[in-house]
Design a protein around this ligand. Structure first.
Ligand code: PLP
Length: 364
């Protein structure tokens, strides 16, 4: 087998758009460790009884046929669950895909406005797709800087505004009045996205704001509270006219029969989601209280299923935890998050191991 010639490779990339070449890869390196607290997943898998039900239902489906063109049955079930017009529901393999499609819808050659620090996908897609990207720094307490956001919106669209409630990776939940002030400052030439990937852990819900105006949209996912990150399914709730335009960008048959079947089973038995989210909220309180007296390290408050720990040296702290079998995520390269690690809430035992390790590190 001939191996590619590295210098030849760079000479042959002229067909790749400069924006893509200049964009860094998605910042994630898979690392294996006994206690995985690095991706804000649910510590618990989809309930066993529902897994069995989904597996049995899969046996009745046609695997040789394409699934519904635009997952009509699944969208109707999501609509029922969310009390939302099914024509305003758009589904894709993970909400990451919707972020890309929204950037295609309103960002290419136009503006993408978001905050900093933030979930990296908004800016990666914005950069790759050639949007004019603006990141407004959050306040020191991670709240939205409303006057600065207003100024940017007033400078004019068209474009896409990405807000995250509760925010990732800080876990901060803004005052609803601040979110309203920003959202209302966006004129009709902005698409306003409220990414609610973690809303089950914060008790917030921006559906009523989305209903008020046709340029707004809520993003949700099965990857967190539903315990189905492996399934890859996310959705948008929007006005039907906005959803219809977004839908044009969704590839045909983009949600597999397996994903549709499992999600339908989940939506028919959603009770476990609230119960588990409540358990995570309780554990989050317990862990943050246990870490409250730290001297050198600081665990920051959160309304999501993760929280930040500010350390004197994120690299050292990451290695210290990994040596004890705990995998967390470094966030210290993001402006405003110097020294920070992001840690998911795990099972009770995992959280105990985390608390013990952090207290030991704090005392060193
Ligand atoms: C704020 C935010 N939005 C969206 C996503 C993507 O979720 P999905 O798994 O549905 O692609 C994540 C995942 O970590 C996230 O943190």
């Amino acid at each position: 087998m001939t191996s590619p010639n590295p210098s030849g490779e760079s000479q042959t990339l002229g067909g790749v758009r400069a924006e893509v070449r200049a964009t860094p890869e998605y910042p994630f390196t898979p690392v294996h460790a006994p206690i995985k607290l690095d991706q804000n997943e649910s510590a618990l898998d989809f309930p066993r009884s529902l897994r069995e039900l989904a597996a049995r239902r899969m046996l009745t489906r046609d695997w040789n046929r394409y699934p519904d063109l635009h997952a009509e049955t699944l969208r109707a079930k999501i609509g029922e669950y969310e009390d939302w017009d099914a024509a305003g529901v758009v589904v894709t393999p993970g909400s990451n895909v919707i972020i890309k499609l929204l950037t295609e819808l309103g960002g290419i050659g136009q503006r993408v406005l978001t905050v900093q620090p933030n979930f990296s996908v908004y800016e990666l897609e914005g950069q790759m797709l050639g949007a004019k990207l603006t990141r407004v720094p959050l306040r020191a307490d991670f709240g939205l800087d409303v006057p600065a956001m207003r100024r940017e919106l007033a400078a004019g669209g068209p474009g896409v505004l990405f807000l995250t409630q509760p925010h990732a990776p800080t876990g901060h939940l803004d005052d609803e009045r601040d979110v309203r002030a920003v959202v209302e400052a966006a004129g009709d030439d902005w698409i306003v996205v409220i990414d609610e990937a973690y809303h089950q852990y914060s008790g917030s819900d921006y559906r009523s704001h989305v209903l008020e105006r046709g340029n707004r949209l809520s993003l949700r996912t099965f990857s967190k509270a539903w315990g189905l990150a492996g399934l890859r399914l996310g959705y948008a709730l929007a006005h039907p006219a906005l959803a219809a335009n977004l839908q044009k960008l969704v590839s045909a048959f983009n949600v597999s029969v397996l994903t549709q079947t499992v999600a339908e089973v989940a939506l028919e038995h959603p009770e476990y989601v609230r119960q588990r989210a409540d358990e995570v909220i309780w554990e989050r309180g317990r862990v943050l209280a246990a870490l409250g007296g730290m001297q050198r390290l600081h665990a920051l408050p959160s309304r999501a299923n993760f929280f930040l720990v500010r350390t004197p040296d994120a690299g050292d702290a990451y290695t210290f935890l990994l040596e004890r079998g705990l995998l967390v995520r470094r966030q210290d390269k993001q402006p405003g998050l110097e020294g920070c690690l992001r840690v998911s809430i795990g099972s009770r035992e995992q959280n105990d191991a985390l608390v013990e390790a952090l207290l030991e590190l704090d005392g060193e």
